[in-house]
Write a protein that binds this ligand. Structure first.
Ligand SMILES: [Zn+2]
Length: 436
């Protein structure tokens, strides 16, 4: 009997294959490029029609006043909720609707949604409209198969993940949409591969370092003080002491790719002296000793590292340089930070996904942690909800690349996994582990 029910659920998902393809194509064809954050209302209205048709109560929420929100580019989000027959937990599927810029090198129409054999191409196909479509199909097939489920299901489509999520999940979390009394389980169908459960991400600290100097004529640099040379000393000290120390710092976090299974720092930019001259200017730059040089650092840190220590390590480095250079002076200020997060493997949504992956894929799930952050940070820190994973189809390596695509079979398999998670969390049909 139980296995019959699974077959019915899987058949309901298999029967929606064409629907899944069409839904994915429709989502790709709405060019929700961010920045600037275009067509958010259009995609929310499309999703509203879809979810209303499946019995959801839907709400469009504009994140008014958040970064980037304007009358020209309003930050629209959609939240849909469908209550079951009895009370119980709420399972929430959250997907971001925005995609990054197109970039160079495409051989396909980035907003065409072309289907070629098993692949649907387009900007956002993999990150993450394919995963979004798979979750909707999973939910609709589950509702058809288990109309008397307990608890409730929520689906949200949110803005601005690619630029920090402030006009999307962060805003909704602040408004209580991810409070633990409303939502108990969250699955974010980001492209982490259909057989992997992503537990969280490393932390981030962005800071700007400025070194100061004194302007003078470039023919008599001894009359000034070169801020670029001071910054050069900072870079040299980073090479000598900081980068080796970071590379030696290992972690319990199963970060993929493995190169990111340590602390890292990138120098995102470095500029000193006169501002960049416009490309169409045909004259010469001015001969001056630069009085300012600025560097943006992008430090990614581990759950084992204290955020205060991360910042202090860089301040100590700057102080070391200062002690070695007579006229050295600097400023440092933070631009942005995110604390690392990692859901416990014993959390219910993790257990549920692991069992479902085993049932569908016939193998144990892999547990991974993302090198970069995604919206789980807001669900954890603002929503105070720890029972959250990223799970979805697609290869992370294709995200943001030309000719990005999503595999239809991968979407189908991950829809089955998501469907089984719903069975596990919202019905008492059985223990999936006993499935033949
Ligand atoms: Zn994404």
């Amino acid at each position: 009997m139980p296995s019959d029910i699974f077959e019915t659920l899987f058949a309901a998902i298999d029967g929606r294959r064409d629907d899944l393809i069409a839904l994915t194509q429709d989502l790709i064809r709405i060019p929700t490029i961010n920045p600037p954050g275009d067509h958010y209302l259009e995609i929310c209205e499309y999703l509203k029609r879809r979810l209303d048709g499946s019995g959801f109560e839907t709400e469009l929420v504009r994140a008014k006043g958040t970064p980037g929100d304007s009358d020209r580019y309003p930050r629209w989000n959609i939240v849909g909720r469908r209550a079951g027959a009895t009370s119980g937990d709420c399972v929430h599927f959250n997907s971001h609707t925005d995609v990054v810029e197109v970039g160079q090198g495409w051989t396909k129409n980035p907003f065409g949604g072309e289907l070629e054999e098993d692949r649907i191409y387009g900007r956002g196909a993999c990150d993450m409209k394919g995963g979004f479509a798979a979750s909707i199909i999973a939910v609709e097939a589950f509702i058809e198969t288990f109309p008397d489920y307990a608890g409730s299901i929520e689906i949200s489509g949110t803005a601005d993940e690619e630029t920090g999520g402030y006009g999307g999940v962060a805003y909704l979390a602040e408004k209580g949409y991810f409070s633990p009394d409303r939502v108990q389980h969250v699955i974010i169908p980001e492209p982490l591969q259909k057989d992997r459960i992503c537990l969280g991400h490393r932390g981030v600290w962005w800071a700007e370092i400025e070194t100061h100097g004194e302007i003078a004529h470039g023919s008599m640099p001894f009359l000034g003080d070169c801020a670029v040379r001071h910054m050069g000393a900072v870079v040299a000290e980073m090479e000598r002491s900081l980068f080796p120390a970071l590379a030696a710092r290992t972690t319990e976090m199963p970060v993929v790719p493995e190169g990111a299974r340590q602390s890292t720092m990138n120098i995102n930019s470095l500029h000193g002296g006169q501002d960049e001259i416009p490309a169409d200017y045909s004259g010469f730059p001015s001969p001056c000793v630069p009085d300012s040089a600025r560097m943006i650092i992008d430090r990614r840190f581990l759950i084992e590292e204290d955020f205060g220590d991360v910042k202090q390590e860089v301040r100590d480095l700057l102080e070391r340089v200062k002690s070695q250079r007579e006229t050295f002076s600097y400023d440092i200020h933070e631009l942005h930070h995110v604390i690392p997060t990692m859901t416990d493997k014993s959390a219910p949504v993790v257990q549920s996904a692991a069992k479902a992956i085993k049932s569908v894929m016939g193998r144990e799930a892999d547990y991974v942690v993302s090198p970069g952050t995604y919206d789980q940070k807001h669900i954890d820190r603002i929503g105070r909800l720890k029972n959250c994973i990223a799970y979805g189809p697609g290869l992370l390596e294709l995200a943001h690349k030309p000719d990005e695509y999503i595999g239809v079979n991968d979407m189908m398999d991950s829809a089955k996994v998501m469907g089984l998670c719903l069975v596990d969390l919202l019905t008492d049909v059985l223990d999936q582990g006993e499935r033949p």
